[in-house]
Design a protein around this ligand. Structure first.
Ligand SMILES: *Cc1c(COP(=O)(O)O)cnc(C)c1O
Length: 419
């Protein structure tokens, strides 16, 4: 159904019901003003045009009201995080009470492990996919150490088989069968940052629960890319960032999910702060800690409003576009990229991301046998913004909100030239 020519790509853009969203983003260009082909939304999403207005509005309210902005700003700062909750809950398939925007990803991962990683002497191990993002691994290793366990021995890697690039669910089952009684937590990246493999979240959760383990997901590469249905899946917790597919700006705040079955669970450890305290008595400042029900109860500090304004702007764009439409386009767009790469018919190119649409989002990880970093530099000089991972993989992620079929076609032309 796809065709390898520019006319076809342009026709797809004409027929794309989301095509006009591209104009609502600021697209990067080189020093001479030539537009770049930006395929790096998996690393840093682009800026929605309206974000500047959302942030400026808060700056103006701060200028006008000073501290009274907490209650008198157009979007009062005291409850500001609540303005994000419903849209964010939809993005991850959760109930509003299960979701909060706060802190950043790694911080939230630690806070969640304080509550959901409560090892005993014999049941203390953590399972993670072997190519997990380094920061996640550091967090898990340090938690193991903090609880007096050897991080090397305590961290179990769910690995691809010899000669393969992807993890098989069957092998996770084998790990659980042999060591389930020693494992306390399954902590998996929902969509692996390196391979782009999207894991079967429900099966993983059921497997973990069968062995009385807690199950958490890192959605850094899932949120805004694939709707993970967290409530239905039954995960105990999840964390994610908003600067990748959620287009909320560098270092913007993260999201956190706590399943409603834990909303009032007093058995969980929790590191507390005033923003997690009962809203009615928070400012009395004299009461004992009285946690809010649900994910909100894990908040520590009053949050940075300017960053939240950027998130609110981005979530409004997602609301307008509709997530199903986004996912539909994403499957077509990434399918087109896959088709064009196959058309190159080059033995040195190997797509390591799963071929099955259900097992991936918009990213394709392309292994270029015999290539090194110099190859990626050439590609960048040719006006393509992509991402290089040692030893020989480039990751490209056509983001359905702002990338076009023409972008994808043009990318493959430039790749071909550099090859
Ligand atoms: C991007 C990413 C992070 C980054 O963590 P921060 O705390 O936001 O700096 C962590 N884990 C994964 C899987 C990521 O993809």
């Amino acid at each position: 159904m796809y065709q390898n020519n520019l006319t076809f790509a342009k026709q797809c853009d004409q027929e794309d019901p989301l095509a006009h969203f591209r104009n609502q983003f600021l697209l990067p260009s080189d020093n001479k003003g030539n537009p770049l082909i930006y395929l790096c939304g998996n690393s840093l999403g682009l800026q929605p045009l309206q974000t500047q207005d959302y942030i400026t509005a808060e700056l103006k309210d701060w200028a006008k009201h000073g501290v009274e902005g907490h209650t008198d700003a157009k979007h009062p700062w005291l409850p500001y995080h609540e303005f994000l909750t419903n849209s964010m809950a939809k993005i991850v398939g959760a109930k509003p009470n299960e979701v909060v925007v706060m802190n950043t990803l790694t911080t939230n991962l630690h806070l969640m492990m304080v509550s959901f990683y409560q090892p005993t002497k014999t049941k203390y191990k953590i399972v993670v996919e072997s190519d997990a993002f380094p920061s996640d691994k550091y967090a898990m290793e340090s938690q193991l150490k903090f609880h007096g366990h050897d991080p090397k021995e305590g961290l179990i890697l769910w690995q691809p088989r010899e000669g393969e690039d992807l993890c098989r669910f069957q092998d996770l089952e084998t790990i659980m069968e042999s060591q389930g009684d020693k494992i306390a937590l399954l902590m998996i990246g929902s969509t692996n940052y390196y391979s782009g493999q999207h894991f079967p979240l429900k099966k993983i959760t059921e497997l973990g629960h069968k062995y009385k383990c807690m199950v958490g997901f890192d959605l850094a590469h899932g949120a805004g890319n694939i709707q993970p249905n967290l409530h239905e899946v039954g995960a105990d917790f999840a964390v994610w960032c908003t600067y990748k597919y959620l287009n909320s700006g560098p270092g913007s705040l993260g999201g956190c999910f706590v399943h409603e079955r834990h909303a009032n669970n007093e058995k969980l450890n929790r590191f507390a702060g005033w923003w997690g305290h009962n809203k009615d008595t928070r400012f009395n400042m004299r009461h004992e800690f009285d946690p809010l029900s649900g994910a909100e109860g894990w908040q520590l500090s009053n949050p940075p409003i300017l960053s939240m304004a950027a998130i609110r702007s981005s979530l409004d764009v997602f609301e307008k576009a509709g997530f199903e439409n986004i996912r539909n386009k994403s499957e077509k767009l990434t399918g087109y990229l896959e088709f064009l790469l196959d058309e190159l018919d080059n033995n040195n190119i190997n797509i390591i991301t799963p071929r099955n649409k259900e097992e991936r989002g918009c990213q394709l990880s392309i292994q270029l046998k015999n290539a090194d970093k110099a190859f990626h530099t050439k590609l960048t000089k040719a006006g393509v913004i992509s991402d290089w991972r040692e030893p020989d993989v480039i990751r490209v992620a056509p983001a359905p909100l702002y990338n076009s079929f023409e972008d994808v076609f043009e990318f493959v032309q430039r790749l071909k030239k550099v090859l």
